[in-house]
Design a protein around this ligand. Structure first.
Ligand SMILES: [Zn+2]
Length: 487
């Protein structure tokens, strides 16, 4: 079988910057009226000059350090020329090293990342560039029947936002690996606090795929990581089928059609020379001093792999539990905050991994902050774990309470005080408690024939055991039935 080779180009916006890459327009372009977050630099008006955002260099270098890249001595920018409506200057300011050149002038080169145990991908290059504007394809409501009057609007609010492009070598052989890698990258970006990956469009991914000696096909415009996986699976099947029929695969760019779930040819692929790269004359060469890198390295926040090791060592958690916790920074933070309130890492991690994670599958987390999905914080988890550990409630009841917390955000004790639900309602759980009492009160049960008060005595014991969290009417019914069976 010919080998499948997949490479990725990931674009992530440095959303945590205050301003854009080359001007003082604010970086947060979202939820603004179109074309209100712009200036002559964004528009590329004649005479306007770009001024490089120093913090953007710092953030991009942090990504390069996290991915084990070689750093440049001299950082330069280049113009990538192409005509497209979202690019008012007709060129994009980006970084470029001509193919085969040993010279490193990009933010990072030759890195690597182990994204699951024993699977490592090589990072070819990391570069800093500006995001183009956004095209909004509108079809007037009155004309929704036909496409002939469809038009496109341009919003330049995004133009000039700092973007870090991460290019991998074609080291993936399976779309599933790609998904795992993307999750890992997202998690690293979160930990570095350079990109809020929950924001729509803040992390975007293009992929290229080839089979055996076949040509490379690029897939663009994929909306979500889930769709990257789907688009790649489709494309691999398409190329394999062509191979079976001895049809040559063309080197081209294809777009993912989300509605029909297929890739479609969009244009034949541009070659690098089409872009006529040349050095950006308006931005001087930036010297990257050793001291700058050393200083930055010493200030790096804890990364997912380091946190996993710390969780295993400090909290005596298993490899698996630590992995689930650290994958999303918000989940790992939730765990550590809860442990500060109630020092029982075992039970807290157990509640998060075995129960809470059931409410927050990864797909729903992609693109949303945790508190939009569930109304739970560290206080809830700590209290719930403590109530169960102190036998105030049993696990079955606690699970029901958890469902309520997730939806309402109420504290467990409040739910217990108020709710009928926490009076253990289901017969199976009541029966479990009654059986325990029957085991320990054998003498009383033997007296039951002579003494009519035994049923109430046993009920009292059950109430004690459940701290009153039980429906007494139901329990008494079951006790009487069981005593009948005993006669
Ligand atoms: Zn601007």
């Amino acid at each position: 079988m010919s080998k499948v080779r997949i490479g990725l180009e990931i674009h992530c916006q440095l959303t945590q910057l205050k301003s854009k890459l080359f001007c003082s327009c604010i970086a947060n372009y979202r939820n603004r009226d179109p074309n209100t977050n712009i200036c002559p630099v964004c528009y590329g008006l004649p005479g306007s000059l770009p001024v490089l955002n120093k913090k953007a260099i710092e953030y991009a270098c942090m990504i390069a350090i996290a991915l084990g890249c070689d750093m440049p001595k001299n950082l330069t920018f280049a113009r990538k020329n192409y005509f497209y409506p979202d690019l008012p200057k007709n060129f994009q300011i980006t970084q470029y090293d001509s193919p085969g050149s040993d010279n490193n002038t990009c933010i990072g080169k030759s890195g690597k990342l182990e994204y699951i145990s024993d699977k490592t991908v090589r990072i070819k290059r990391i570069q800093l560039e500006e995001d183009p504007g956004r095209l909004v394809h509108e079809i007037p409501a009155s004309q929704s029947g036909g496409n002939s009057l469809a038009y496109t609007l341009i919003d330049y609010n995004r133009a000039g936002v700092a973007l870090v492009e991460i290019v991998t070598e074609p080291d993936f052989n399976d779309p599933k690996e790609v998904r795992l890698f993307l999750n890992k990258i997202t998690s690293i970006l979160e930990y570095l606090n350079v990109c809020n990956t929950n924001l729509e469009g803040s992390v975007r991914c293009d992929a290229n795929v080839s089979i055996g000696a076949g040509k490379k096909v690029e897939i663009k415009n994929v909306g979500s990581f889930k769709d990257v996986e789907k688009a790649l699976s489709y494309e691999i099947t398409r190329q394999k089928t062509m191979g079976l029929h001895e049809i040559e695969v063309k080197g081209e760019t294809r777009h993912w059609d989300d509605k029909r779930k297929i890739t479609k040819q969009s244009r034949s692929k541009e070659e690098e020379e089409d872009y006529r790269y040349f050095p950006e004359p308006d931005i001087p060469i930036i010297k990257i001093e050793n001291e700058f890198i050393l200083n930055l390295s010493s200030k790096m926040p804890e990364l997912p792999d380091q946190r996993r090791k710390r969780f295993i060592e400090n909290y005596q958690l298993s490899e698996h539990v630590s992995e689930v916790l650290i994958n999303h920074k918000e989940i790992a933070d939730l765990f550590e905050k809860a442990v500060k309130i109630y020092q029982s890492p075992k039970s807290i991690s157990n509640w998060i991994v075995s129960d809470l994670m059931g409410f927050i599958d990864y797909e729903s987390l992609e693109g949303k902050p945790l508190n939009e999905i569930i109304k739970i914080d560290e206080k809830h988890i700590a209290e719930l774990a403590r109530l169960v550990d102190e036998n105030k409630i049993n696990r079955t009841v606690a699970k029901k309470i958890l469902t309520q917390i997730v939806n309402s955000g109420e504290m467990p004790t409040r739910i217990i005080d108020r709710s009928e639900l926490t009076k253990i309602g289901d017969s199976k759980t009541i029966l479990e408690f009654i059986e325990q009492v029957f085991m320990s009160e054998k003498n009383a049960i033997n007296d039951a024939n002579k003494n009519p008060n035994v049923a109430n005595f046993l009920l009292g014991k059950v109430m004690q055991k459940t701290k009153g969290n039980i429906d007494p009417k139901k329990a008494l019914e079951i006790i009487k039935k069981k005593l009948e069976e005993h006669k």
